[in-house]
Design a protein. Structure first.
Length: 276
């Protein structure tokens, strides 16, 4: 006879969320149009009415969040000359995971002359959340990319803070087939104590990254001109033909304001959902 524990574990395993979105966009007569779209499980993408010649997409997770053992896969191709901006309908919440970590896999391909803006709203990690995320990016040498991610370790406005858990974030970017950026961030165990260290986050509860390609020292200088207005810490540098801004703040609101200020210096148009 199976124990109550094993039966309960089996029920939870059977109820893990799965979701996948795969699509491509192409430029036709100067206007970006959606190509083939595949959706499965609890992940969806919707395309609001276009505001110009580009196309905007909004991801919706009908599972209501991410929990341990969930898996979500995104695979997107921006064809030659296309312009695509992506965001999420709301901040994504990652809940506590007593078992396996959630798995998030994002694959982005940007062809010659195309531009892709990846601008989701915040990812909020609750205490004891466990999540592994992976970005694989393929850029043509004549393509452009703006990729922004904000991660919040607990909702400070509600008196919450992430103390224990696991967050693994792996980024790989290739340009013209050559690896130009590779990074893996790993925080596990007593994350709250690690974030409290001066050399890590100085007790900050929100971190962010903006990856901008192409990027150069002129862009870096434009962003640095706004440094006196930053509410948190922002570092910016350029190498290998792209720029990267790092953010750290005491809460999500301040970091979001800093991210918006930086993006304004890049000339990027923010999704309307960011401004609501």
């Amino acid at each position: 006879m199976r124990s109550d524990v094993s039966v309960t574990s089996g029920v939870f395993e059977a109820n893990r969320a799965r979701g996948a979105v795969r699509f491509d966009v192409h430029a036709r007569d100067g206007v970006t149009r959606r190509g083939t779209l595949h959706e499965s499980g609890s992940l969806r993408v919707r395309f609001p009415s276009p505001e110009g010649k580009g196309l905007s997409g909004v991801f919706v997770n009908t599972a209501g969040g991410v929990a341990g053992g969930d898996r979500f896969d995104v695979d997107i191709t921006a064809g030659q000359g296309a312009r695509l901006t992506l965001t999420t309908a709301a901040a994504e919440k990652v809940y506590r995971a007593p078992g396996a970590a959630a798995q998030l896999s994002i694959s982005l391909k940007v062809d010659a002359g195309a531009h892709l803006g990846w601008l989701p709203q915040e990812t909020i990690l609750f205490d004891r959340a466990r999540v592994h995320r992976r970005f694989d990016i393929e850029l043509d040498e004549a393509a452009s990319l703006l990729l922004c991610e904000i991660v919040v370790f607990g909702r400070t406005a509600m008196g919450e803070r992430m103390e224990q858990g696991e967050f693994v974030d792996r980024w790989r970017m290739r340009r013209g087939g050559k690896l130009v950026f590779a990074e893996t961030v790993r925080l596990d165990g007593n994350i709250g104590a690690k974030l409290a260290r001066s050399a890590v986050a100085k007790a900050g509860a929100a971190i962010g990254t903006a990856l901008i390609a192409p990027g150069d020292e002129a862009l870096v200088e434009r962003i640095r001109e706004a440094s006196e207005s930053f509410a948190g810490e922002v570092g910016i540098s350029a190498w290998n033909g792209f720029a990267m801004a790092r953010f750290c703040a005491q809460d999500a609101a301040r970091l979001r304001a800093d991210m918006i200020a930086v993006l304004a210096r890049t000339g990027a148009a923010l999704p309307r959902l960011w401004l609501n």
